[in-house]
Design a protein around this ligand. Structure first.
Ligand SMILES: Cc1ncc(C[n+]2csc(CCOP(=O)(O)OP(=O)(O)O)c2C)c(N)n1
Length: 286
């Protein structure tokens, strides 16, 4: 059945990004004009759509927003649906410039942690140790060598009104964040972790379980940063689950030794302590 704003797309089975964008666009409603840059063609919508290039994403979306302003259409939102490649790497410069100018745009990032559309090459959003089609396991490589870029903090450092993380396993939280973003003006970004069964190597039936384990272990914390400094942690369990369940659920981490899992555990725990502290102070700690 056709939903408002959503038309059948062409996604792989269990595509987390398709669910993320479906939830986000459903919350957004029909009053939006959408920019699409190269990424997986997971969900299409019946919004007016402009198609652009990766590196022009920030400028293109700014132009759409300014065009709407010139027409007095404050009721319509200029929204971009970008992958992690389009946000963390290839599109970063233009998006950073748009954030610095505080353009009146909403950026929805579906973060599947690699360039999935072209065969799962690593991106700045790929986590440490993950196997990608450009990070192998062999005598000289243990998967990706470095951690994910802290992209929410990087965009928050531009002093923009709203940056939030979200997960397909917490749909109410994701929808509330898009609703909030919709209600304010200026540069807004919601980064949605979107598991990819093909690139992450797991059974497509398990996308929600994988996403949930990510949040419950603190690997993908849910938080909001307002005006570049006010911080709020949205999911605060009494105790985090160990990262093992999350890592073991995916083939891209299956080669990891106990020591390497310990490395991710200590990185995750110390980051989590920092986020808890920030939540207590209600102030972002970089
Ligand atoms: C400048 C430029 N470099 C490379 C490409 C080829 N390309 C098209 S889609 C894509 C991958 C997109 O990855 P991501 O943004 O993470 O989105 P996903 O496919 O994972 O949804 C690449 C590298 C391109 N179109 N333009």
């Amino acid at each position: 059945m056709m939903e408002m704003g959503i038309t059948p797309g062409s996604a792989c089975q269990g595509c987390g990004a398709a669910l993320a964008s479906r939830l986000a666009f459903k919350a957004l409603g029909p009053n939006a004009i959408r920019l699409l840059i190269p990424c997986c063609p997971d969900t299409t919508t019946n919004h007016p759509m402009s198609i652009g290039v990766f590196e022009g994403g920030g400028a293109h979306l700014s132009g759409l927003a300014r065009g709407l302003k010139a027409q007095g259409r404050s009721d319509v939102i200029a929204v971009g649906l970008f992958g992690d490649g389009g946000t963390y790497d290839i599109g970063f410069q233009g998006l950073s410039a748009a954030a610095e100018r505080n353009e009146n745009i909403l950026v929805l990032t579906k973060d599947n942690e690699a360039y999935m559309n072209t065969g799962a090459q690593r991106s700045g959003g790929t986590p440490k140790y993950a196997i990608t089609s450009t990070n192998f396991v062999g005598p000289k490589s243990r998967g990706k060598a470095m951690h994910k870029k802290k992209i929410p903090q990087i965009f928050a450092a531009h002093g923009v009104p709203y940056v939030a993380t979200a997960s397909i396993a917490f749909p109410e939280d994701l929808i509330a964040k898009v609703n909030y973003a919709k209600s304010i003006t200026g540069f807004r970004m919601v980064i949605m972790q979107s598991p990819c069964p093909v690139g992450w190597r797991y059974d497509p039936a398990k996308s929600i379980e994988v996403a949930r384990a990510g949040v419950q272990s603190g690997v993908w914390p849910l938080y909001e940063i307002l005006n570049g400094e006010d911080f709020k942690l949205n999911y605060k369990p009494k105790e985090l689950k160990p990262v093992t369940e999350y890592l073991k659920s995916q083939g891209r981490f299956r080669h990891m030794t106990e020591e390497e899992i310990g490395d991710i555990q200590s990185y995750t725990t110390s980051r989590w302590r920092q986020l808890e502290k920030a939540d207590e102070l209600k102030k972002l700690i970089m």
